[in-house]
Design a protein around this ligand. Structure first.
Ligand SMILES: CC(C)(COP(=O)(O)OP(=O)(O)OC[C@H]1O[C@@H](n2cnc3c(N)ncnc32)[C@H](O)[C@@H]1OP(=O)(O)O)[C@@H](O)C(=O)NCCC(=O)NCCS
Length: 344
């Protein structure tokens, strides 16, 4: 009897590989309660619901309360993921948190989250890859599991972008929102889990999206405040083109590494920045609308939290089942980008 055709290639399982696989054991997400609609924005800047909807696909976004910090959003997402994984705080070995809106420049927001969830056995640190941060963090966490260094990693993407958006700049303020998503990484016998992640960066285009002031290059000053340099700045048109190219190439590379065709992917979860970017990337990949999951109409671009929130929602809605192959694709400031293939 001929064996059934091989479903996919696991690029990690090369000769001499001594490690173990790493899976997402559970997910959690948290969105602040306050909803800011396009109609609300019409009262704040010279824009219209029609413009925002047709150019971006966004209808509304969530805004955290003044007393709700990035670490609070992150801790709420983390606690839900821990509850779903039936995990006690002292079982977490490592916390990796991705954000561009930390509670403060230091110490890390990951340490704030450690305190809030009581995971006192864990080591904790932040990483920064802007909107690509969750996949960069997932890849780092995966290597700790694969190398048997630790057993349980909490990966979080969390943002309070409402604090760095210029609410008088219609070019940017309509795009972003607050939120957090969390994943528990573990070895789950019987599943290949994270099959591959293709990461990339292009520092030559670091000017396209940035916050010019507040760091060592331009410390906070009366001038930096008066000139709005402490806000997020973006060249929308160039960012759009770079995003489509980089997301498409990263996704193609990830599929190729696993000997996969896009038709074998059950669910594509792209960074939720702009409906037109998602459509252009999907079309280039040959993904059907039924394969592609979006929720940006409700939350806008939540940067490092974006794919984590979308992945959690897709699982909760029954769009992903055990054994399904899924493709995550992200893009952000840096520039940075990544694509990951996961056997669920
Ligand atoms: C920002 C973005 C939606 C703008 O869409 P666009 O089709 O490129 O629009 P343009 O930048 O060409 O601007 C077209 C016009 O709309 C205007 N405009 C910009 N924002 C507007 C708004 N909120 N409401 C109404 N008009 C607006 C511009 O001023 C411009 O007017 P002009 O022609 O008189 O100068 C789009 O470029 C984009 O999504 N880029 C990527 C952003 C992104 O995803 N960033 C995060 C990556 S992680």
């Amino acid at each position: 009897m001929t064996p059934p055709p091989k479903k996919f290639k696991n690029p990690r399982l090369r000769p001499g590989f001594q490690g173990r696989s790493c899976s997402i054991a559970a997910l959690g997400s948290y969105l602040p309660r306050r909803v800011l609609t396009n109609a609300d924005l019409e009262k704040m800047v010279d824009t219209s619901n029609e413009w925002i909807l047709t150019r971006t696909g966004i209808k509304e976004r969530r805004i955290a309360a003044p007393e709700e910090h990035t670490s609070d959003l992150a801790a709420k997402a983390a606690l839900l993921a821990m509850q779903r994984a039936n995990l006690a705080p002292d079982q977490i070995d490592l916390i990796i948190l991705a954000t561009i809106t930390p509670d403060m420049p230091f110490p890390s927001t990951a340490c704030m989250v450690q305190k809030k969830i009581g995971a006192f056995r864990a080591a904790a640190f932040d990483i920064q890859a802007a909107c690509s941060g969750f996949l960069f963090a997932l890849e780092i966490g995966q290597h700790f599991i694969m190398a048997h260094t630790v057993d349980t990693v909490l990966v979080v993407g969390a943002e309070k972008l409402s604090t760095i958006v210029n609410w008088k700049d219609r070019n940017t303020c309509v795009l972003f929102g607050d939120g957090a998503g969390a994943a528990i990484l573990r070895n789950c016998p019987g599943s290949h889990g994270l099959l591959t992640t293709c990461l990339g960066s292009d520092g030559n285009k670091s000017d396209l999206i940035c916050m010019p002031a507040g760091g060592s290059k331009c410390p906070p000053s009366a001038h930096s405040l008066a000139s709005g340099m402490h806000y997020l700045h973006m060249d929308g048109r160039e960012t759009f083109k770079s995003a489509v190219n980089a997301m498409h190439m990263a996704a193609r590379d990830a599929l190729r590494r696993c000997d996969l065709d896009i038709s074998q992917i059950k669910c594509v979860i792209p960074h939720q920045a702009n409906r037109r970017i998602i459509d252009a990337v999907s079309e280039r990949l040959g993904a059907t609308p039924a394969q592609v999951f979006t929720n940006l109409e409700k939350y806008g671009n939540t940067s490092a939290a974006s794919v984590a929130i979308a992945l959690d929602e897709a699982v909760q809605l029954g769009r992903i089942h055990k054994g399904d192959l899924i493709l995550l694709i992200v893009f952000g400031a840096g520039l940075t980008w990544a694509a990951a293939v996961i056997e669920w």
